[in-house]
Design a binder for this molecule. Structure first.
Ligand code: HEM
Length: 318
């Protein structure tokens, strides 16, 4: 069985949060996970997390801000971090150390990383996706509230995201490019078994699950806006308006990394995003992307770009 919100067609909004587990009691953690499962089932049916009938002198059991909005396609997906399985100070916190799938490890440091501690890490992941921003937020709000009342979790970070595009078409990111074109096809079970669903070969409980990487990537739009169209297209290796690979006409034309122009230069630049991330460059491996745009009250256009003394980058071609 698979969790919802992974190969589910992408909804227009997400609210994702990471929580830290405060308790050392395995029973308390299990009890919260069970309560979350029931609350998630209610909410994905369009209901409140808890029944609303409560005596007037008790706190209202649910914020109820989503009343009237229905389920709005809500999916709720839960994830466990490597930290939950770790031994610390010689202690196996929840008795899970032997059950950690080998692939569930923290990411290594990447070139250019500027990780913000307040937006990094956590023990448990909750991802709510819905076609309404309020419904997505409400779901995580209630789960976080339940964890707090039970004295089992505290919220570590939360992140809202949005995405929109004409029905049936690939949505664009904030840089104006279609994003998601070359995802492995979610409707093809074979591709999903190969690239998304774990087979549970090392730990059985992982069968049918998957590994999620969450990265908040800052896009300096004020910088990007000064780039010539042709440069922007080389950065990705695709044409901006059609979404076609450079040198091709249609969005879903195959990416040909071997194509060269009349001077023998590669048509898709050597350091273009598509070349670096394509399966041909990565031993046939593919990932399913479910990216969302976000806006955190950005500082674009508050500062002059490029700041004095910084030269515009140039793109090298092979
Ligand atoms: C600001 C960050 C990023 C932006 C704006 C971005 C945008 C894009 C765009 C426009 C495409 C081409 C269209 C498509 O096939 O979807 C693409 C392809 C892709 N991206 Fe990203 N991307 C970002 C970061 C990443 C990261 C961090 C990864 C993985 C670690 C990644 C993995 C991929 C993959 C696997 C493809 C498909 C390449 C292919 O097979 O042709 N992207 N991305």
């Amino acid at each position: 069985m698979h969790q919802a919100g992974i190969v589910t067609p992408q909804q227009s909004h997400t609210y994702m949060a990471a929580l830290d587990v405060k308790t050392d009691s395995r029973d308390e953690l299990v009890a919260l996970l069970r309560a979350w499962t029931q609350a998630a089932a209610r909410m994905t049916r369009g209901d409140t997390a808890a029944a609303l009938a409560t005596p007037d002198d008790q706190p209202a059991p649910d914020s109820a801000d989503m009343l009237g909005l229905g389920a709005s396609g809500l999916t709720i997906t839960f994830g466990f971090s490597p930290g939950l399985f770790k031994r610390s100070e010689g202690r196996d916190r929840f008795g899970l150390a032997a059950r950690r799938p080998a692939a569930l490890v923290d990411l290594p440091r990447f070139n250019g990383d500027q990780l913000v501690p307040e937006k990094t890490g956590g023990d448990l992941m909750t991802q709510a996706c819905a076609n309404d921003a309020r419904v997505a937020f409400h779901a995580v709000h209630q789960l976080a509230r339940m964890g707090t009342i039970a004295n089992v979790t505290t919220i570590r970070w939360g992140q809202a995201g949005f995405l929109s595009g004409p029905k049936g078409q690939t949505a664009r990111n904030l840089m104006g490019f279609k994003d998601g074109t070359n995802n492995p096809p979610t409707a093809q079970r074979k591709a999903m078994s190969q690239f998304v669903w774990a087979d549970g070969a090392d730990v059985v409980w992982m069968k049918g699950g998957t590994y999620t990487v969450v990265r908040r990537i800052r896009i300096t739009l004020e910088h990007w806006d000064t780039m010539e169209l042709g440069f922007q297209e080389q950065v990705f290796g695709r044409h901006k308006y059609s979404g076609a690979p450079i040198g091709k006409k249609n969005e879903f034309d195959p990416v040909d990394l071997d194509a060269v122009d009349k001077d023998g230069n590669t048509v898709i630049a050597e350091n273009s995003h598509v070349r670096l991330s394509n399966h041909m460059t990565n031993s046939g491996m593919q990932i399913l992307r479910r990216s969302y745009s976000y806006n955190d009250g950005t500082n674009f256009y508050i500062e002059r770009w490029p700041p004095r003394g910084i030269r515009r980058p140039s793109m090298t071609r092979g």
